[in-house]
Design a protein around this ligand. Structure first.
Ligand SMILES: *[C@@H]1O[C@H](CO)[C@@H](O)[C@H](O)[C@H]1NC(C)=O
Ligand SMILES: *[C@@H]1O[C@H](CO)[C@@H](O)[C@H](O)[C@H]1NC(C)=O
Ligand SMILES: *[C@@H]1O[C@H](CO)[C@@H](O)[C@H](O)[C@H]1NC(C)=O
Ligand SMILES: *[C@@H]1O[C@H](CO)[C@@H](O)[C@H](O)[C@H]1NC(C)=O
Ligand SMILES: *[C@@H]1O[C@H](CO)[C@@H](O)[C@H](O)[C@H]1NC(C)=O
Ligand SMILES: *[C@@H]1O[C@H](CO)[C@@H](O)[C@H](O)[C@H]1NC(C)=O
Length: 637
């Protein structure tokens, strides 16, 4: 689950890269010019009719954008924050060299930019600067009265220089240069100069200057006192949607604007919000956190990479949480609570087994699923991971685990623990190094030599394990699939029965009938007929195992079980089965013993269930055959 999850952010980043392109094309009205020169023109700004909102018209003249109706160059248009950077003229008054008490050239440096009222001169970004050596100048906004000095704004400062050397570069503090703040709400501006005598300073300060400028974009230089009537300065304008519909002419704020249809509410993009203007009335539009783009156009706000990451991580954590919940659900479904109380077995966390469940660790694979080898708590284990989830009652599984955990016998593979945090529980068994009896008997070209003693011991001890299962006091445990492949051998060829109880419970699918439970080759024909599994079914299967061990031939159902048939025939005809035994032992070993083993096997195979011995009988019969081989422990294998 984790691998694709970790890809998610990367995928979303790719998506973001893709969408940011689209977002760009969405910031302009359809069919309109997206830029002029090097300046982007995002809506609500626009060049040409139908391309902008009213009041936001831009002209593109010789590849240079200007505010429509003015000659003021536009340097930058920003949508969020709602700001424009423009180049505005500088006000000045230059004196007559031959008559320094009179001026000969002047400009108010008017900035009447605001026919529709969308702009305000930014009070936060700009300042008023006055240059000169005997100068008093004021910045003022529109006169409201032609005779009386009633301005919307009227402020300025005095600058004086003692001599040509007194003004210092970098210092605008009243000597050659002074500056004052700009109040909010200014719609326009011009400069007024009070005329003072410039006698004796015409060579280093022939003019007075007044201008608005970006606070961060002007540093005084003494040379700025010299004559240059063509100066401009960079000024920030705050803009906003300042529509009026009411009779009173009041300008709409967010709440009012959102309710009107004409003029159209400007915040049209999804994921956008309205923000009341802080410099003057009206409002502007912003994308929500995690989105960026142009809130003034449909679909203009798109997820930022940061936003996408936020979404990705949220998705990630939701999935993680879901995964945790699922883990808990599985745990409970699989009887975790019952098993916790029973305290009979180790309950592994998914993470503890994760490092084992790698394809490199697979030691067995089949219809049931996969078996992995690995280390847990410094102990070699085999983890059985079933493929399919079956309809298991939680209590059924838990009970089986409890029963099986109580089956402790040296000839039965020990169940160490299980992991219930997955749909189908995984089972952790002790690891049995030599593999199965089936492998030892039949696999490979260089078959391991197996003496009769070893074979007898394997048969005897397997019988012990099976008899133990059948004789469990409280719950008789049936194996149901006795065969060489389910008899594992440890380093000393000590057999251990595996794959019974829960492990088979898991592997049985509800939809499948009994015939897939066990291997047909070893299956009791009576069980096949009746469908009733009894301990005598295990006895039958054990008979087939004995025959395989002494013949070292594989019994197969496909050839009509010829191995079983041959032995049965010999018995029926009262013949010795010498030619059926594995030549390796028949040549050198005790033929009588082999015949006796064959005899026990044939009894186990009796078609009449009542005439089959019990496993306990088999054990005692085997015990009489030869003393337990003490000489085997056998490092020479
Ligand atoms: C400068 O002053 C002189 C003397 O008064 C006058 O003759 C001249 O026209 C003035 N120059 C300008 C450009 O006003
Ligand atoms: C200017 O001010 C004077 C005196 O306060 C007042 O009488 C006059 O009406 C004002 N002019 C205008 C145009 O408001
Ligand atoms: C102003 O000029 C006078 C005479 O030139 C000089 O003594 C004085 O230090 C100057 N003051 C400043 C502040 O420059
Ligand atoms: C003012 O801004 C312009 C344009 O961004 C830049 O070229 C110039 O160097 C700036 N001047 C100062 C003093 O920061
Ligand atoms: C100011 O601009 C005019 C017209 O563009 C130009 O003729 C003049 O030389 C300029 N003056 C200075 C001092 O740059
Ligand atoms: C709305 O504002 C415009 C200028 O932007 C103005 O011409 C118009 O008269 C105003 N409408 C009302 C009802 O005040």
């Amino acid at each position: 689950m984790s691998t694709p999850l970790f890809l998610l952010p990367a995928l979303l980043l790719a998506a973001a890269a893709a969408t940011s392109k689209t977002a760009e094309s969405l910031t302009v009205a359809p069919g309109c010019q997206a830029s002029c020169g090097s300046v982007d023109i995002p809506y609500p700004f626009g060049i040409g009719s139908g391309c902008s909102r009213k009041g936001f018209e831009i002209d593109c003249i010789n590849n240079g954008p200007v505010l429509t109706g003015t000659s003021f160059e536009v340097v930058r248009l920003s949508v969020d924050p709602a700001e424009s950077l423009v180049r505005l003229p500088v006000g000045f008054k230059c004196y007559n060299a031959s008559d320094p008490s009179n001026y000969e050239d002047s400009s108010y440096g008017e900035t009447f930019i605001n026919k529709e009222g969308v702009y305000r001169i930014s009070n936060t970004h700009n300042m008023v600067v006055v240059l000169g050596c005997n100068t008093f100048a004021q910045a003022a906004s529109t006169k409201t009265d032609g005779t009386n000095y009633t301005y919307a704004f009227y402020t300025g400062c005095m600058s004086y220089c003692n001599n040509s050397a007194s003004a210092q570069d970098g210092l605008c503090a009243g000597v050659g240069c002074c500056h004052v703040d700009v109040p909010p709400g200014l719609t326009d501006n011009f400069f007024k100069f009070t005329t003072y005598e410039h006698n004796g300073m015409m060579d280093y300060s022939p003019c007075d200057y007044g201008f608005l400028v970006d606070r961060t974009n002007y540093t005084f230089k003494r040379s700025d006192l010299l004559r240059d009537p063509n100066r401009t300065s960079l000024v920030w304008l705050d803009w906003a949607i300042r529509d009026n519909v009411t009779v009173s002419g009041d300008i709409l704020s967010c709440t009012e604007a959102a309710k009107t249809t004409t003029p159209k509410y400007a915040c049209v993009s999804d994921h956008s919000k309205c923000v009341n203007s802080i410099n003057g009335p009206g409002y502007s539009c912003s994308c929500y956190d995690g989105y960026e783009g142009n809130a003034y156009v449909v679909n203009g706000c798109t997820s930022t990479i940061g936003g996408i990451l936020v979404i990705a991580f949220m998705a990630f954590f939701i999935i993680i949480r879901k995964e945790r919940r699922k883990t808990k659900e599985f745990y409970e479904k699989n009887g975790g609570l019952t098993l916790e109380k029973a305290k009979v077995i180790k309950l592994f966390k998914k993470e503890e087994l994760k490092k084992i469940l790698k394809s490199g660790n697979i030691i067995g694979k089949g219809g049931f699923g996969e078996v992995y080898k690995g280390l847990v708590d410094n102990e070699l284990v085999a983890v059985k991971k079933p493929i399919r989830s079956n309809v298991l009652e939680s209590t059924q599984f838990a009970n089986e685990v409890i029963i099986q955990s109580q089956v402790i016998h040296k000839n039965i593979v020990k169940l160490i623990g299980c992991c219930l945090e997955v749909d189908t529980p995984m089972l952790v068994y002790e690891f049995i190094p030599k593999g199965s009896l089936d492998d030892i008997l039949h696999k490979g070209d260089n078959k391991v030599p197996l003496s009769l003693d070893v074979r007898l011991s394997i048969i005897k001890e397997s019988a012990h394990g099976l008899a133990y299962m059948h004789s469990q006091a409280h719950t008789k445990i049936l194996h149901g699939d006795v065969k060489p492949a389910n008899i594992l051998l440890n380093g000393n060829f000590v057999p251990k029965l595996s794959d019974f109880g829960i492990s088979r419970l898991i592997a049985i699918d509800k939809d499948h009938t009994a015939n897939v439970i066990g291997d047909m080759t070893y299956m009791d024909p009576v069980y096949l007929q009746t469908g009733r599994l009894t301990e005598k079914s295990d006895v039958y299967s054990f008979g087939v195992v004995i025959l395989e061990v002494i013949s070292r031939k594989k019994a197969t159902h496909r050839d009509n079980n010829s191995l079983v048939a041959s032995f049965l025939e010999c018995r029926k005809e009262g013949r010795k089965a010498t030619e059926l035994f594995d030549q390796e032992i028949a040549a050198t070993e005790d033929l009588e013993l082999l015949e006796a083993l064959a005899g026990i096997a044939v009894e186990c195979l009796n078609i009449d269930v009542d005439h089959r011995p019990s496993m306990t009988d088999v054990v005692s019969r085997l015990a009489t055959l030869r003393a337990w081989p003490t000489r085997f422990g056998l490092s020479d294998y």
